[in-house]
Design a protein around this ligand. Sequence first.
Ligand code: DP6
Length: 330
Amino acid sequence: MTARAATVRAHANIALAKYWGKADIARNLPAVPSLSLTLKGMRTTTEVEFLPELGQDELFLNGARALGKPRERASKLLSEARSLAQVATFARVRSHNDFPTASGLASSASGFAALALAAVEALGLRLPLERVSALARAASASAARSLYGGYVELGASAEHAAPVAPPEHWPLKMLVAVTSEAAKDTGSTDGMQHTAKTSPYYASWVSDAPRLFAEVKAAVLAKDFARLAPAAEQSALAMHASMLAASPALIYFRPATLAVIEAVRAARRAGSACCFTIDAGPHVKVLVEPSSAAAMQRELAGVEGVLRVLESEPGPDAQILPGGAAELSP
Ligand code: DP6
């Protein structure tokens, strides 16, 4: 095989109804349905080059060579793509995030979505987007959702994600209150396995999650913020409750996390349309109607422990970039 390359840009997504737990560990199928919003402003750009001279897959994250688990996970996805294309050539992967990596800011979602689409494109496979989403899901289930723009769902035990509504359906703003630049201690994959094994609340989380998902989905389709806010917050807090009851407890909250929750609840009491969600990290993501976004941004920036606030809006499908390698800095 001659050298073949492709470059893809994929966007992070933030779940409004959370995925936490696996129905099938080996195949990485989710135990609960989830619904997310793909974000325009938080992007991963990934170049994949299949090069005959390589003796193994190589991964560079933000310019630095990655070894160990991250490389193995990427290599596993690349091997799936190789077997579909019936080639044996290894690949060099160069991936850049324009937001902090591995601290609960969903970098694995955009990263594996970009890697899956770039690998498929570089190998010349003509696959429907749902097959690419399934390839990404096997690597990291939330990544299945980042192939699609706007509001996206991933069903319980689903092979691939599916679009719920395009970005323009409901142009809300998402503010990310960053409370730490450090990498998190426990990644999502290990965290959810630990919760499933040791938390007495895990079964309750799994049995109630479909109800919360249905509520979030109905609210999104109806563009009903008053209905969305309590369901999205309960989904995030019920997920964290299952982690808090694990042994030992999995605590992603920091003092600033709680301070932001308080600020959002106070703003809502004062009349603004806003709600929070929290992933496996200390940051708080605040969904807000555009008319309240500027005031909320100022409010969050003033909360003690908030380092900065990123603002984003609904983003598009993952895109294949023309010009390939030229799009990437070295
Ligand atoms: C808290 O998709 O990172 O962000 O499938 O094991 O890679 P793996 O897990 P991952 O989990 C994301 C969990 C979450 C909630 C969500 O995005 O739905």
